[in-house]
Design a protein around this ligand. Structure first.
Ligand code: TXA
Ligand code: MG
Length: 336
């Protein structure tokens, strides 16, 4: 199968709509990462997404809709805080988990009685979702466990010849996946940290918790159980205070291979003469650059050495979660 990459051009949405209606999978730009989209009402199309990614069958998918899509038939009511959060943050990088009415394919939620819904703000995503006017399941458009894609080229690298179309909206401005928020309880609870932070949600909803599974407990958001975002090269990870050890590790690898550091700008400045990939200086910059640099690192280095950013606060919770899991430092409670 030929994989086309189409930007905004005549007929681009007609092709996407025809493919989705035929049960095919279409990748598309969002403001967070690229998604691998399929009709949420079709068992066959949803199963195709799992098969393409090699995704574990117990990791549920998010249904994406355009901003005017009426979600009331899909969800079994919502608490008042959820309506306020929708108003404050949608369209945008916030996924909300509701009690499900079971109208979409049973494979979307993998046996959970909830449904995750997201309204992306990317104009490309909005145009595509409006054209199809269906809920579209869309996991990040990477092979399972690989680094999430933030350009059409990244999607192409993982799925060339396997999907018919990628809707190119340029590089993703957000860079890490949406915040996943459980809206089924009295207090909203973050299941996956992202660009909409705990503080931002608490300001609107009054309160907001972050879910942390206890050791041995099956996590509420099954995706958090897996090692993720892994670059395909060796990795090592150090704290900023361990720079000397990190340099020794670099020098050792340099005898036979090609090491490279991945670190924030301030630390890059201390590593003159070494190969570095610069994450940037602000939390937003680090979120935007992380995945592209992990993909660059795996292509250029035999060993990628991550140095933990000192920067904390804001979206750093989300960035750190991704970075640690990419480097295998933390990957949930269960290993597969
Ligand atoms: O930014 C994003 O959310 C991107 C773009 C493409 O929209 N999508 C994305 O999807 O990151 P995915 O499949 O890679 O991650 C979805 C996460 C997983 O951790 C999954 O376990 C969780 O959302 N999830 C989905 N449905 C859920 C549900 N009903 N209850 C709890 N967690 C759910
Ligand atoms: Mg993913």
């Amino acid at each position: 199968m030929e994989t086309k990459i189409l930007g905004r051009s005549r007929g681009w949405l007609d092709s996407a709509k025809a493919l989705i209606e035929a049960g095919e999978v279409v990748a598309f730009h969002t403001e967070t990462v690229y998604g691998l989209g399929a009709n949420a009402f079709s068992d066959e199309a949803v199963l195709k997404v799992f098969a393409l990614k090699g995704r574990p069958a117990d990791n549920p998918l998010i249904a994406h809709v355009h901003k005017d899509y009426d979600i009331t038939p899909l969800i079994d009511g919502e608490p008042p805080y959820a309506a306020a959060l929708r108003k404050a943050f949608l369209p945008g990088p916030l996924t909300m988990v509701y009690p499900s009415t079971g109208k979409v394919s049973k494979y979307v939620s993998c046996g959970l009685n909830t449904l995750a819904i997201r309204v992306p703000s990317s104009p490309t995503a909005q145009a595509f979702l409006k054209a199809v006017d269906l809920p579209i399941v869309a996991p990040s458009a990477n092979l399972s466990k690989h680094v999430s894609p933030v350009t059409a080229r990244h999607v192409y690298d993982d799925f060339n010849g396997k999907i018919p179309l990628i809707l190119d909206g340029g590089a993703c401005s957000g860079g890490i996946e949406s915040t996943v928020l459980d809206c089924t309880g009295e207090i909203p609870q973050i299941l996956r940290e992202g660009l909409v932070t705990q503080a931002m949600i608490a300001e609107v909803a009054g309160e907001c918790n972050v879910y942390r599974p206890r050791t041995g407990e099956k996590p509420k958001s099954p995706g958090m159980a897996y090692r993720h975002y892994a670059p395909r090269c060796k990795t090592a990870y150090f704290m900023a205070e361990e720079l000397e050890e990190a340099i020794a590790c670099y020098k050792n690898e340099a005898k036979t291979g090609a090491p490279c550091f991945l670190c924030e700008s301030a630390v890059c400045a201390l590593l003159k003469g070494f190969r570095t990939l610069d994450l940037g200086g602000t939390p937003e910059e680090m979120a935007r650059r992380l995945y592209a640099l992990l993909r660059k690192g795996e292509q250029q280095a035999t060993l990628l050495i991550g140095i933990e950013p000192r920067e904390k606060g804001g979206v750093m919770a989300g960035v750190m979660n991704r970075m640690k899991r990419a480097f295998g430092v933390e990957h949930g409670t269960e290993e597969r």
